[in-house]
Write a protein that binds this ligand. Structure first.
Ligand SMILES: NC(=O)c1ccc[n+]([C@@H]2O[C@H](COP(=O)([O-])OP(=O)(O)OC[C@H]3O[C@@H](n4cnc5c(N)ncnc54)[C@H](OP(=O)(O)O)[C@@H]3O)[C@@H](O)[C@H]2O)c1
Length: 243
């Protein structure tokens, strides 16, 4: 069953990134209205390639840093309605423990844990208050973890990154239980190395055909965020493909 977001408002963080922009494209094709907070001042780049009709359903919120508590709170409070909140922001660093400073740790925790925590909280406050589309309550929250967040022993040499994604896995499972009685289903995906321009540039010799495509990861996210998902909660879905 194809996800149908017709008439529904969805927040996507990290929409300027490889996965986030694929999520936005898929949401627009499924009828959603997208709200895109971003710390930068540039609009969502993919806008230029959209038809006029789809463009009316994209609302970039430039200068709204999704790691900043005040900015996040004000942003969610000002939305016209909210069905789902999808959190694609993320940072990465490969560094031995002995080479990881507190500033490096803070940067990873901000992007990989603090931002999805704050956005989940404000999304839940909105959904609990008024529901998705006039229903008593309900909604969907989807995070983006990583393979090492699910399988931390694979995170040697990137312990800070691994721990920040493992924290998101814990958050997803705890919120999956906490918010289910209100009809808010919280889930996440855990991608392995994805086929992105940045990864191709960093690893030109790798077999890119084995990496999950961002469009396919986006399709999994969309299903978790859709009204068609009526049962799945607290799941962190491995999206590894053939890698
Ligand atoms: N790429 C992979 O192979 C891979 C594998 C496993 C998991 N993941 C996860 O998948 C998600 C998407 O990855 P991607 O490759 O699409 O990422 P990406 O292209 O690097 O985009 C990252 C996004 O996060 C935003 N961001 C990063 N740090 C931020 C901060 N401190 N404050 C505010 N915004 C911040 C960026 O905004 P700006 O445009 O403002 O920089 C951008 O929109 C991330 O959560 C990542 O950890 C990726």
């Amino acid at each position: 069953m194809n996800p149908d977001f017709t008439g529904r408002h969805v927040v996507v963080t990290g929409a300027t990134g490889a996965l986030g922009s694929a999520v936005v494209q898929a949401l627009l094709a499924s009828g959603a209205t997208c709200h895109l907070p971003s710390r930068g001042t540039e609009a969502f780049e993919g806008l230029a390639s959209l038809g006029a009709l789809q463009r009316t359903r994209v609302h970039p919120a430039a200068g709204v840093d999704p790691t900043d508590e005040g900015a996040v709170t004000a942003f969610y409070a000002g939305l016209p309605g909210l069905w789902a909140s999808i959190h694609c922001i993320g940072g990465f660093a490969m560094a031995a423990l002995t080479e990881t400073g507190a500033a490096d740790l803070d940067r990873l925790m901000q992007a990989n844990f603090r931002s999805p925590f704050l956005c989940s909280r404000e999304a839940a406050r909105r959904m609990l208050r008024e529901g998705g589309r006039g229903e008593p309550s309900g909604g969907r929250i989807v995070g983006v973890a990583a393979r090492t967040g699910l399988e931390p022993r694979g995170g040697a040499g990137m312990a800070a990154y691994t721990a920040s994604k493992a924290a998101l896995v814990g958050l997803t499972q705890a919120l999956g239980e906490e918010l289910a009685p209100a009809g808010i289903l919280v889930n996440a995906v855990a991608p392995s190395l994805m086929d992105t321009p940045a990864n191709r540039k960093a690893m030109p010799q790798a077999d890119h055909s084995r990496w999950p495509r961002v469009e396919d990861v986006a399709a999994t996210i969309l299903w978790l965020a859709s009204p068609q998902n009526v049962l799945v909660r607290g799941a962190v879905v491995p999206v590894y493909g053939r890698s």
